[in-house]
Design a protein around this ligand. Structure first.
Ligand SMILES: C[S@@+](CC[C@H](N)C(=O)[O-])C[C@H]1O[C@@H](n2cnc3c(N)ncnc32)[C@H](O)[C@@H]1O
Length: 340
């Protein structure tokens, strides 16, 4: 392993045992970037909070609850596709591969890919990349169930993780990016991100991406505003996180979760709506915020795609599509691509 390159990236290394290690940026770097990004994104006319900040411990737990909701079709649909393509994946993985996952979360869907690796290889190497500490718990659970697995976890942003794996060694990577998390990027940032993934890949590497498809407004809006209010809790939790970590005084009862499908831009837009005129102090970001009644803080985009758009997007960002799979109701897609 090329330890020196990875050690130079300002990561702290935690070796748990011979099968499990983590790399994490130094905590001062993480805290500084959270307070600086919030100071920038809330100190402007159109306010926003980057969706990566949803995922503290509570946020990750709430996301797992969202995945079990009746209205939230993406998780069960993507799982059904993964189950149906296991034989195809077995055939398409030519030679030995390491599994790298962007935004691995609870690593539940990962198991369906690990099962394919398990049939194919004596030893499995898995590199989960996730900004959330949930990565440590999910990794420990995986190790209990897969005896031949070793894990190198990178608790960092997608971009940090991609730089970490770039030039790591000559082993081929299957990079997976599931859950339609790619839909959180704006079209311009998304294209740049795909180019970044592509530039990280070696010839022979493969990329598997799960993307949600365009569908009716009512199905989409229910998926992001469920009847049990879990998505609302998930959205509002980011304000609790800012209160706890940046010493702020958001009163959560003064905000409401708001999700709407923007048909023209093919995206669900999620906001926190201020219910009153109010002032908020965020001490660690040096910010005194004035919000007026009905003002929106943007928290997430979730873009939806048509198959033609997926082909065009991957084509123009340097990929060659190997195969696209859909579920039987055409709700969700999985695309396998190589570097062109
Ligand atoms: C929508 S969840 C998807 C989880 C899982 N892949 C699935 O399909 O159910 C997004 C995951 O990506 C992580 N994440 C979100 N933004 C991130 C970022 N910018 N960099 C790294 N991880 C991120 C979150 O912590 C979360 O675990």
């Amino acid at each position: 392993m090329n330890e020196t390159i990875q050690d130079n990236l300002n990561y702290k290394k935690y070796v748990i045992d011979s099968r499990l290690k983590y790399f994490k940026p130094h905590s001062t770097k993480i805290e500084k970037s959270f307070s600086e990004e919030i100071s920038f994104s809330l100190n402007r006319d159109s306010k926003f909070i980057h969706p990566k900040f949803f995922y503290d411990k509570k946020g990750s737990e709430l996301f797992e609850k969202i995945c079990t909701l009746d209205e939230y079709y993406p998780t069960r649909t993507e799982i059904s596709i993964l189950k149906s393509i296991q034989n195809d994946l077995f055939e398409l993985l030519d030679g030995s591969f390491r599994l790298v996952e962007l935004g691995s979360g609870a690593s539940v869907k990962t198991r369906l890919i690990l099962d394919v690796f398990n049939k194919k290889y004596d030893k499995i190497e898995y590199f989960p990349i996730d900004i959330s500490e949930i990565l440590t718990e999910s990794s420990e659970l995986l190790l209990k169930d897969y005896e031949n697995l070793s894990i190198t976890g990178i608790i960092d942003t997608y971009e940090g993780g991609l730089e970490f794996i770039q030039n790591y060694d000559s082993e081929k990577n299957l990079i997976v990016f599931l859950g339609s998390s790619f839909g959180n990027f704006s079209p311009i940032e998304g294209a740049k991100f795909l180019e970044k993934i592509n530039s990280t890949m070696k010839h022979g590497d493969l990329f598997l991406i799960g993307l949600d498809l365009v569908k009716s407004t009512s199905v989409l809006e229910k998926a992001y505003d469920d009847s049990k209010g879990i998505t609302a809790e998930f959205n509002l939790n980011v304000l609790s996180r800012i209160n706890d970590e940046l010493d702020a005084d958001f009163d959560l009862s003064n905000f409401k979760h708001y999700a709407i499908y923007n048909e023209k831009d093919q995206r669900v837009e999620m906001y926190l709506k201020s219910l009153v005129n109010q002032s908020v102090i965020i001490s660690k970001s040096n910010l005194s915020l004035e919000l007026h009644k009905d003002e929106l803080i943007h928290t997430e985009y979730s873009h939806k795609f048509k198959i033609e758009q997926i082909k065009e997007l991957l084509g123009k960002t340097g990929f060659k599509i190997q195969k696209i799979w859909l579920d039987k109701n055409n709700l969700f897609s999985l695309t396998l691509a190589s570097k062109n």
